[in-house]
Design a protein around this ligand. Sequence first.
Ligand code: C2E
Ligand code: MG
Ligand code: MG
Ligand code: MG
Length: 289
Amino acid sequence: RAKEQGRNTYQFYTEGMQDREVLRLELDKDLSQALTNNEFVLYYQPQLDLDSSEIHSVEALIRWHHPRRGLLPPIEFIPLAEESGRITEIGRWVVMAACRQLAAWKGTPYEHLKIAVNLSGRELDDEKLVDNIREALDAENVSADRLEVELTEEIFIQNIEHNLNQLSRLRQLGVHLAIDDFGVGYSSLGYLRDFPVDLLKIDRSFITDVAERHDDAVITRAVINLAHNLGIQVVAEGVETEAQLTFLKNHRCNLVQGYLISRPIPAEELEKVLAEGILVPGAVMDSGL
Ligand code: C2E
Ligand code: MG
Ligand code: MG
Ligand code: MG
């Protein structure tokens, strides 16, 4: 806030604010060690295909095993890494780890799975991004169509030319593109015409009350129809209840993701729940294995 208010504004820092600043500096220092110390781990959250009732894809969500603070969620360090620029090397690790996982699944019952990774706008700035992704795929001998990239609408607000070029190159590689948190991004819909989008992920804020609130239901139905008419598939994020699931099924949403199906979990645990086909409690589900 102090920065926004300009140089000549008096700031009265409370001790809480000082503590937070100290914590930030400390986390930033720890972050510089995290890659060398191999402290990051990918958790995977399955996406349930509503047509087949099978899991064909999982989203990779990063966690940080901090040496003193325990397991940290991305909100605690990704914004910091975006500010410092460390996000570029973290993102490179994420892509490599996902490719390694895809390679490890070859010849197992999980080899049909695709992995979606999240990229922030800052990562698209990197001229070497596409080459790095190609090299990671090659190094693990993984086909590009196993990999999906999730981007938020922020990338359609600034550096549009550059980002369009990066995305087209990624898409040419064969990597699929998903728009994350769709509907909350302040960007124009024109990008759906100009960018090669494969998937829209409807933001959780529309899904939470979709089974109770008329307005959320109308918006969600409209997004599904819009996407389908453009040849784009739709994922609903944050599905937690049977009522939401039923609504989404009835309105031909393609995929659902959320705590109802499974929380994000480590790869070994994912393999276990997929093998046991126990992902949706009370619902008929064939894990497809
Ligand atoms: P996202 O990509 O929109 O991921 C969805 C978030 O919602 C995840 O939080 C997931 O754990 C959570 N979620 C899933 N299902 C439910 C549900 O049913 N209810 C509720 N309340 N939440 C649910 P998480 O793992 O804490 O990640 C937060 C954000 O951090 C992600 O949002 C993504 O923007 C970012 N992120 C995660 N991993 C990476 C990464 O490797 N690189 C980058 N750049 N960003 C990442
Ligand atoms: Mg995501
Ligand atoms: Mg999201
Ligand atoms: Mg999000």
